[in-house]
Design a protein around this ligand. Structure first.
Ligand code: PLP
Length: 365
């Protein structure tokens, strides 16, 4: 058996004719930035989230950065304001906060869902909290649309990091539609992946969207007129075309991932392996299938010996990274444990039958 953790060429192969046709269309159009594909993708992303608009941008980190920078420029966030983030998130959720002098407040996730829950957030709220970042990690929605609405009702900004959860929802409410603004990543390994870097900002707030659009284009609201000292964070037209092909297949891709997750859940029975929570009330899109095991490194070596690749998301929390030395003080025992024990099983390019085989191997570990 040889099952790599992720084989992107294999995952993209069935879409080859459609991708090639879309790429050819862009090449023939002579318009490589800001054309009809980008505009159409923006409408499709807004519709997916039930929001008024979207701005296609360069990547997920920039999507978050552009939202945060806009709120700082609008005076909605000020230096020293606290923003709650999951302690176990990828560092890209946090970089845009510290870059603008905001105080990222790490909060341990629920051990069951590996995501922020209402209790953890509620306990961490202080008089200085101005925003909450809901990161829907691993494809599982963090908290609920009702809770996000309650936070907003209390005057807090809610920013959703949907990098890992495109298509996830609760009660028919898709992630990206819960907060004041949402960021998406289309990094190639994501459930909807570009053939390079890409991202998007989604919101109901037209003023925010217009400002993000300007910031992403040198701060220019019209040609040679600059309202802000901006950046170049535009999405390539060709990536927009690739993403539109993939978006058409999002439901199918989500169902495939759900079938793989179900196969793991039905087969894996091992006293030392804890499966992620299959949340009946939520549509989970399984960006990763993370399990916990105290002998994680041994399990990985065992699977590698059987030809099965795995990965770890993530081995070191952001608050322990050298770039943040001395910045974060506190204890996050749940996250520390997750970092020691978590291992992601293949899901991005495997079939349910392969997942069953992997599950049987794990049972023999
Ligand atoms: C939770 C999360 N936020 C943000 C990002 C950043 O996205 P990108 O790689 O497109 O910059 C990623 C992924 O890479 C992520 O996993």
């Amino acid at each position: 058996m040889r099952i790599p953790f992720l084989d992107l060429a294999k995952a993209n192969a069935p879409l080859m004719p459609e991708l090639a046709e879309a790429a050819a269309r862009v090449i023939r159009s002579g318009r490589y930035l800001g054309g009809t594909e980008t505009a159409a993708l923006e409408s499709e992303m807004a519709a997916l989230c039930g929001k008024r608009g979207a701005v296609a941008v360069s990547n997920g980190l920039d999507a978050l950065r552009l939202i945060v920078r806009s709120w700082v420029d609008f005076g909605k966030l000020r230096e020293g304001d606290e923003v709650i983030v999951p302690a176990n998130t990828y560092i890209a959720s946090v970089l845009p906060l510290t870059e603008f002098g905001l105080r990222a407040v790490p909060v341990d996730p629920s051990e069951k869902t590996l995501n922020l829950d209402e209790e953890g957030i509620s306990k961490a709220l202080s008089g200085r909290t101005r925003a909450v970042m809901l990161v829907h990690l691993y494809g599982t929605p963090a908290t609920t649309p009702g809770f996000a609405a309650r936070l907003r009702g209390e005057g807090l900004m809610v920013i959703e990091d949907c990098a890992q959860a495109i298509g996830a929802s609760i009660g028919g409410k898709p992630v990206g539609g819960w907060g004041d603004a949402a960021a998406f990543s289309f990094y190639p390994t994501k459930n909807i992946g570009a053939l390079g870097d890409a991202g998007a900002v989604v919101s109901d707030d037209e003023e925010l969207l217009a400002y993000v659009r300007a910031l992403a284009n040198y701060g220019s609201d019209r040609r040679y007129h600059n309202i802000a000292q901006g950046y170049n964070c535009r999405m390539d037209e060709i990536q927009a075309a690739m993403l539109r092909v993939k978006l058409r297949h999002l439901d199918q891709e989500t169902r495939r991932r759900q079938r793989v997750a179900d196969a793991y859940r039905n087969i894996i029975k091992h006293p030392e392996v804890t499966l992620p929570m299959h949340e009946e009330s939520a549509v989970q899109v399984w960006h990763q299938y993370p399990v916990l095991c105290r002998r994680r490194d041994e399990l990985r070596r065992y699977l590698e010996g059987k030809g099965v690749g795995t990965d770890v998301h993530y081995p070191e929390p952001f608050y322990q990274q050298p770039c943040y030395q001395g910045l974060f003080e506190g204890q996050w025992p749940v996250t520390d444990r997750i970092c020691r024990e978590i291992v992601s099983l293949p899901i991005g390019s495997v079939s349910p039958a392969e997942a069953e085989e992997i599950g049987l191997l794990i049972n023999q570990f």
